[in-house]
Ligand binder design. Sequence first.
Ligand SMILES: [Zn+2]
Length: 240
Amino acid sequence: MTELLYLQDSYIKEFIANVEKDFGDYVILDKTAFYPGGGGQPNDEGWLFLNDKTAFEVIRVEKEEDVVRHFLKKSSDINLSGKTVKGIINWDKRYKYMKYHTAIHLLDALLRKNYGKAFLTGGQIYVDKARVDVDFPEMSKSMMPEIEKMVNNEINNGREVIVKFLSKKEAESIPDLARTKPGQELLKKLEIVRVVEIVGLDMQMDGGTHVKNTKEIGAIKITNFENKGSHNKRIEFVLA
Ligand SMILES: [Zn+2]
């Protein structure tokens, strides 16, 4: 079982861990700050340092059940089992993912607040852009400047973003905590529910990493609007 450090603190950039087992192309650590991907947020990349001289690039991270696999680029057949390593996250990329992830929650919350119902059906974060799919038949391209302004105003308001762990009972008393079908199924199974709250605006079940304050996002710019059908619309944006 891998302890997931990023669930408690999204700002851990370096950590010390023990290699539980080296499987050749991947290792399992006793704890990790590497985000293994999920909920539209890509997995982290980075490095594992065995000592000052030997570093292995972490090229992919995956979570299966309760272990996280760190896939390494290895030039020798050194076996890391039982060794202590220092993990370093590629923070440049990760911090962008955090900004995009919180921006998506903000957009979701503001669409709900200003247009009156739930719209978000999916989203994907990349290192240089993000897209969201919304179920909003009346949405048109001409609304994009207004939506962009709405999001940027809230970014500027400097809302705090906090992570909470709720009991099943508390979680069930909050409406719309899980927005997607798979999320709602998962919520039924969990005893402890991790919730990301944009204070005063939004609360949702989430496993991702987020900035602490909306101000850190800076600003967004909507770069594309696509009509994907009578219901589904797609918005793409970048960090401005
Ligand atoms: Zn999320």
